[in-house]
Structures are given as C-alpha cells and as structure tokens.
Design a binder for this molecule. Structure first.
Ligand SMILES: [Zn+2]
Ligand SMILES: [Zn+2]
Length: 148
C-alpha cells in the first residue's frame, strides 16, 4: 500500500459525506484531477460541472467500508452515502485501478487542484471558465490514464 503521504506535508487526504456517516482517507496523492462537463457527472453530483480526483484503489480507505454500489452498469459503478446520498466514489472499467472521488467531499480541497477539463464542449453556456488548463472535447481518457 502506498504510504508516501497524499498532501505536501505528508499527511493523508481525508473527506466525508454530507451527514458524516461515511468518511475516508487516502494515503497517496491523486493520480490525476479533472473537471468533467459530461451529463452523467452533472446529474450524479447535482453541480453544473463535476470535479474529481482519481486515486489508486489501494490507497483509499472508507470508514465504514463501502458496500454495494448504488448504481452499477456494465462499465461504471457509483457509490453514494446510504443515509444522505452524497456522491462519494465511482469506478470505470476503462480506467482500471482508479477510484474517482468528487472534490467537494474532500476536507482539504485546496490541496487538490484540477489539471484538465473533460467533455469541455459540453460546458454550460453561462459558465465562464477562465483557467488555462487543457480542455479535451471528449473524455480525455488518455490523460486520465497517465497515472495508472
Ligand atoms: Zn452521509
Ligand atoms: Zn463526466
């Protein structure tokens, strides 16, 4: 299990759902951090744009451990808090070994900064993104995989 510390000072990243029934810690830095403007990420998070950190599945520990995913399709699994519904984790068969965690449930959001935009063509028309990060028209899968 990676133990080099997820934050600049070597301590783990932590987070929790809205109600606090589920918390987590992660022992190694994110492999990649991305905004996603696709419809699925919007609907799952309820936000105009999703923002996620991809962690090594071996480095992420939930307390209590996650049980069955709320949503499971052929290629995607999504976990929400069973009490409050907060989106907590997603895995994608085409991104093996990675768990995607929405940035909004992290305790140290300032330490985890997005590096790219996925599905940038689908950005809400009124949303003004003024950063200079790379913007991928589609999923940016090749970039997301770089850490794995
Ligand atoms: Zn909860
Ligand atoms: Zn998406």
């Amino acid at each position: 299990m990676p133990s080099d510390g997820a934050r600049p000072d070597g301590t783990p990243l932590t987070g929790r759902c809205y109600c606090g029934a589920l918390s987590f810690s992660v022992a190694s830095p994110p492999q990649t951090v991305a905004y996603c403007h696709c419809d699925d990420c919007r609907r799952w998070t309820g936000a105009p744009v999703g923002a996620f950190a991809a962690f090594d599945v071996e480095a992420l520990r939930f307390d209590p451990p996650l049980s069955d995913p709320l949503v499971k399709t052929d290629s995607v699994a999504r976990w929400n808090c069973p009490k409050c519904g907060s989106p907590l984790a997603a895995t994608f068969d085409y991104l093996p070994g990675q768990v995607y965690v929405p940035l909004g449930v992290l305790d140290q959001i300032d330490d985890v900064q997005p590096e790219l935009h996925c599905h940038a063509d689908n950005c809400a028309r009124w949303l003004r993104i003024q950063d200079t990060l790379p913007k991928y028209r589609h999923s940016g899968r090749s970039m997301l995989r770089k850490g794995s």
